[in-house]
Design a protein around this ligand. Sequence first.
Ligand SMILES: [Zn+2]
Length: 332
Amino acid sequence: MKPREAFISALFRRPVPRPATGSATSVVTVDLMEKVGVFFPQAHQDAELMAALAAAGHSELGFDNVMPLFSVWHESAALGCRVDWGEVDRMPDCREPLCRMGDPIRVPPDLLGRPGCKVPLDALALLRERFGDEVAVVGKVFGPWTLGYHVFGVQEFLINTLLEPDAVRRAMEALKEVTVQFANAQIDAGADALCLADHATRDLCSPAAYREFLQDIHRELVDRIRCPLILHICGDTSDRIPYIRETGLPCFHFDSKVPAPTARVLAGERLSLMGGTSNLDVIRRGTHEQIVRDVREKLAAGVDIIGPECAVPLDAPCANMKLLADAARAHG
Ligand SMILES: [Zn+2]
């Protein structure tokens, strides 16, 4: 079975001849950039460089998928956020909100043609061309909760979920259209599946707020985006996995703060699980034995796609990800 087929089968919990591996979030480290000879921040802003660095997720690390959107800011930059694209060892960031809650959200008519969107769309097309049907090409979009943090600032957005919930709902309705537009363009460019990252983390969003503001939107995104979605939420999500499993999303990319056996019980039999391997304890400083043990534990718990829990820290040794992928494949 080709890596692409193994990845997509595992995404739907269909039988695979050996465990699938991969990540919905960035696997780039400084030492991986050195191997490829392509570096941040240029790799965020040039499609050829972005595709070359993303390809290393398969060619150097051995994962079944590649994913070129390393940062969280692409569509927000296209919306007008003034993004600082960072350094070789620092991820992009933006500290200036674009507007205040209650201001109308204007989605530029040329959103997809602006560099923030155009560069990753072109990179996805290059990856599809390079890998054909051999390797899964995964894109990434942000849901309206995360886009709300980006456009309004985290504090302004969260305080208004309490003070002006209707204004927050209107803003999310508008931002949701950005998610759908960018998602369907990524599919047209060649993506097999998409990471839907929406940072409704426990410390910033109660389970009641997830149900109130997000559950229906996530259901709607499943209907309107024409490919399998992998929901990514960091942190301890155990109190909302039961709601996530009701949305119809096929896969949840989970954080090691939820023990894998707990995640499997909460996810039920249908929702597939990706990740859950600790970036700090296993990817960054795990020994060979710890990495092999982690893979064994994840597989025993019923994790479907073995990989890191979230974007890998830039200072982690990329050799540990290769060990992880090799250890998973050895279970075939
Ligand atoms: Zn995360």
